[in-house]
Design a protein around this ligand. Structure first.
Ligand code: AMP
Ligand code: ZN
Length: 491
């Protein structure tokens, strides 16, 4: 299967690079997970679904993938703790819950939504609070290396010192000099030597209830530290892929690189991947601005923006019709168009077993299959893949009309390839056929009840025959007696 070469756009080199994993046949991938203080919105889901596609395709190519995606259940502070509070603590106060109840509630919500989207669970899902020891250990090492300092019980990363020997800003493309000139005025109110420095450990204020002992104070780790600790613990000091949303490039991922380089003297990640944003009304979907849609609102249609409900699979199909590095703007009309396309594609897929075969093919199935792989091998280009999959609609029509021919072997290959890409790689679900199967089962059950009613009538058991008719009617199933027997309708 791996005869095809995969190219990945590396945000660090800003180029598409041939993918060569550190260990042959095995891939280590880390993706920043959610901060579990609120329901995930559709924007968050887009990023996680972008990496579900990466995970699925790498597996499809035959790689053994260790996919680590964390749960941020502490320490994601706004403004690096200079102002603002831990959002989990804030939410706990508002909802009058224990912080860990908040964490549990929204972790469950996240898992439920991901399962509805048919996203595969990661291989390891570590939590920040479960790795305090590892984080403290990294802080100790960075201090030892001379790249961090303690002040009033907190520890900060010394960005200027680090930049003397390393390159702070290489991922985001920011220049330290520019950052310095933009932030000079903030310096006075802080324990930091320089405003660019970031917290590795923060001393907890008395009201901060999520706190752990450390050599410096009772406190909690800085946000960037958890990802360095958990990625290197499970994937090694150097691993293949690190992903996250575009908005995490700076400061989060820039700081992760700095921490890992300071601690382990090696660049931690070979391929940095960043997924682009889902926007609504042209603006980033975001919890804090209120500009967002929740996945459950999509599935029920309960949001004024939506003309109707959309299934998880159609929502996902809509997302994959854009490349993961492109901005995607949400609209109900675009969703409707995706739904039509998806149904057309599924109809064609379901027609495949019914096609007649010939001795020879006039359709170049092997070329078409290669084009599907070429699309995915070109930095996971799902819109091009989907455009190729739409070719089967054309094939089916031409074959049905006898304008093209296909051999038995080629039809098997066509079916298998379509199946693999639709269900294994894109992770879509054939809901329509599921619901039509359900309908078939319902019809069979009603037909049986009609027969029982006929028997009751023949036996003059009118109490029973009326009961069957009335109770079905109460459930919205109407029986109609005609010349040719009894029929039913659903309302
Ligand atoms: P958070 O829970 O805020 O840490 O976000 C979880 C993930 O969702 C991160 O990878 C973010 O980059 C990503 N994300 C947040 N907003 C959006 C958006 N509007 N579109 C796509 N991804 C997003
Ligand atoms: Zn992270």
């Amino acid at each position: 299967m791996k005869q095809h070469e995969l190219f990945i756009y590396n945000s660090l080199s800003k180029k598409k690079e041939k993918f060569t994993p550190i260990h042959k046949d095995a891939v280590g991938m880390y993706v920043c997970g959610p901060t579990v203080y609120s329901n995930v919105h559709l924007g968050n889901c887009r990023t996680f679904l972008s990496f579900d596609l990466v995970f699925r395709y790498l597996k499809h190519l035959g790689y053994k993938v260790r996919y680590v995606r964390n749960i941020t259940d502490a320490g994601h502070l706004e403004n690096d703790g200079e102002s603002g509070d831990d959002p989990i603590l804030k939410k706990a106060r508002i909802e009058q819950l224990e912080p860990m109840e908040v964490v549990q509630k929204y972790t469950v919500d996240f898992h439920t939504i991901m399962a509805k989207f048919n996203a595969l669970p990661p291989s390891i899902e570590p939590t920040a609070t479960g790795h305090i020891y590892e984080q403290i250990h990294i802080v100790e090492k960075i201090i030892e290396e001379g790249f961090a300092y303690e002040k009033n019980g907190s520890v900060y990363f010394d960005v200027l010192k680090f930049n003397e020997t390393n390159n702070y800003g290489k991922l985001s493309g920011r220049q330290l000099e520019d950052m310095i000139s933009n932030t000079r005025e903030l310096a006075a109110q802080s324990d930091k030597k320089n405003p660019q420095d970031f917290a590795l450990w923060k001393k907890a204020e008395p009201q901060h209830i999520m706190r752990w002992p450390s050599p410096w104070s009772e406190g909690f780790p800085g946000w960037h530290l958890e990802c360095t600790a958990m990625s290197t613990k499970y994937l090694g000091n150097q691993f293949d892929i690190h992903g996250g949303g575009m908005d995490l490039k700076f400061p989060h991922h820039e700081c992760e690189i700095a921490q890992a380089e300071a601690c382990n003297h090696t660049s931690p990640v070979n391929y940095w991947m960043h997924a682009n944003m889902l926007t609504l009304n042209g603006k980033k979907m975001s919890k804090s601005t209120g500009n967002y849609i929740l996945p459950n609102e999509m599935f029920t249609g309960e949001n004024d923006i939506l003309s109707k409900p959309f299934s998880p699979t159609v929502t996902k199909f809509f997302m994959y019709q854009a490349h993961y590095r492109s901005i995607l703007d949400f609209s109900s009309e675009a969703l409707e168009a995706s739904e039509k396309g998806f149904n057309k594609l599924m109809d064609a897929y379901r027609m495949l077993p019914e096609l007649n075969t010939s001795e020879k093919s006039s359709i170049a199935v092997e070329n078409w299959r290669n084009a599907c792989y070429d699309a995915m091998n070109d930095d996971f280009n799902s819109p091009i893949l989907i455009a190729n999959l739409f070719e089967i609609v054309k094939f089916v029509n031409l074959l049905k009309d006898g304008k093209e021919t296909i051999s038995k072997e080629d039809l098997v290959l066509l079916k298998q390839t379509t199946h693999d890409f639709l269900f294994d790689v894109l992770g879509l679900e054939d809901n329509v056929s599921e619901s039509s199967q359900d309908e078939e089962k319902l019809s069979a059950a009603i037909e049986l009840l009609i027969q029982l009613r006929n028997t009751a009538r023949a036996n003059k058991d009118f109490a029973m025959s009326d009961k069957i008719r009335d109770e079905l009617s109460a459930k919205g199933i109407q029986l109609k007696d005609g010349k040719d027997g009894t029929t039913f309708s659903l309302n």
